[in-house]
Structure formats: C-alpha cells, structure tokens
Design a protein around this ligand. Structure first.
Ligand code: ADP
Ligand code: MG
Length: 227
C-alpha cells in the first residue's frame, strides 16, 4: 500500500457574501497517497480552486478536517512539502523567470538555488527563458515556469490549478507528460484541476465535482509512457 499523504474528511468551505452564504465545497472526503495522479474536473464555479486551497493548506475548512499524515501535521506543514501552481501562473512580475523559480528555495535553504532553478526550468524545456521577465512571456510559457517553480523544492505533493489553461493541445500534453514523468521519478503525488479531458485522461484518478460535491471519483490503472 502506498503511503497516505493527505486525508480530507467531510470538508466544507463556505463564504459569506452580500447575498448570503455560498458553500463552495460541500462535504468532500478523500485520501491522497504517494505517487497518485488525480484530475479534478467540473464546470467553472463548482469548487475546484477552493478544494485545492484546502488540500494545499492555504485555506482552512469551515468544518471537517484536512490532515497530512505523510507530510507533517497541519500546524507544522512546511511549504516545501507541497508545491503549488496557482491559476493563471501568478509569477512575481518584477522577477525574471529563473528568479521566480529560485524564490521557494531562497525562502528555505538557499544553497545552489540558481542551478536547481535552471534544472527545474529544463525539466519543462524552458531553460532558455531564464532571464525573461513575466511581461516578456506568453501565457503558456508562464504556465511552464509556474510548474517549474512548484517542483523546484522536490515536494511530495503538487497541487496545480488549471496549469495548462493557456497552452494549446500539444503544449498541454507535453507539460503534463513531463510533470507525470517527474512524479514517477520522485514518487510524488500530483493533483491537477483541469477542464481538459485529454489532460485528465493521463491521470490515474478523476474526481468530477458539481456544486461543491464529488459526483464521481473514478479510479483506473495508471497510463504509462508518454501517450
Ligand atoms: N474568497 C471567496 N469569497 C466568496 N466566494 C468565493 C470565494 N472563493 C470562491 N468563491 C465562490 O465559491 C464557488 C466556487 O469557486 P471556485 O472554487 O473558484 O470554483 P472553480 O475553481 O471550480 O471555478 C463560486 O461560487 C465562487 O464564486
Ligand atoms: Mg478555479
């Protein structure tokens, strides 16, 4: 049995808004083990980003519990154990590509940060973009750099929010194949919110959400190879 990294138990997350309360996540329960690949799918507004934020420990559930038995407890969660790719890449505009990727290492232990950042960029084929500023990058290039930034600390879990939204079909396939290859090599788990069925088809589990709930949580044999 693979090591359990994370357990979510009856998670709810509600937001108070002018017109009342919105429950973005409504009673989701799940387990994520080392080495798993999971796609979270569902229409816009169904709660994918809210759920990813709970998984990554960036937000606290209104009720229910997230525990990270394989990653340390919630109050000692170290950011380098979970790599996050935010929706729309979210690069720091004043920093070059390589500086953006270096940032998480510099915040921890800075040794060899530049070389490690270049290696992470090369993993996604964008090492030549190292000196560019975000404003000089296309949306798809920024997405590749955001994924490099998420893996640079060798996390055990990657949480990626629509990481291929600005890439074309071929570009999306290459990015996801490289991310999955990295996951196989390191044994890390990968959770990706996506609208792209072709991206989801590469994962070994697909969780479909609607109105904050899981509609289905399919499991199937992991796809192998780059196809
Ligand atoms: N910080 C927030 N404040 C108020 N409402 C929010 C907030 N974040 C998300 N929501 C609402 O929660 C629902 C789910 O949003 P979200 O998780 O972003 O969905 P998705 O990522 O699937 O598009 C939406 O109705 C959204 O408007
Ligand atoms: Mg979203």
């Amino acid at each position: 049995m693979a090591r359990t990294l994370l357990v979510g138990a009856d998670l709810w997350r509600s937001f108070q808004r002018e017109r009342g309360v919105v429950s973005a996540v409504q009673g989701c329960s799940f387990k994520i083990s080392a080495g798993e690949n999971i796609a979270i799918m569902g229409p816009s507004g169904c709660g994918k980003t809210t759920l990813l934020n709970l998984i990554a420990g960036l937000d606290i559930p209104s009720s229910g519990q997230v525990e990270w038995p394989g990653l340390g407890s919630s109050d000692t969660l170290r950011p380098e154990r979970i790599g996050v790719v935010f929706q729309s890449a979210n690069l720091m505009p004043a920093l070059t590509a390589v500086e953006n990727v270096k940032l998480p290492i510099l915040l921890g232990n800075g040794c060899e940060a530049h070389a490690r950042a270049l290696t992470a960029l090369a993993t996604f084929g964008v090492e030549l973009l190292a000196p560019k500023l975000p404003e000089q990058l296309s949306g798809g290039q920024a997405e590749r750099i955001a994924v490099a930034r998420a893996i640079v600390t060798d996390p055990e879990l990657i949480v990626a929010d629509e990481p291929t939204g600005q890439l074309d079909q071929a570009g999306a396939a290459i990015l996801v194949d490289r991310l999955l290859a990295w996951g196989r090599q390191t044994g890390s788990a990968i959770v990706v919110a996506t609208h792209d069925e072709r991206v989801a088809a590469k994962m070994n589990r697909i969780w479909r959400m609607r109105h904050g709930k899981f509609e289905s949580m399919d499991e199937r044999p992991a796809c192998t190879g780059a196809g």
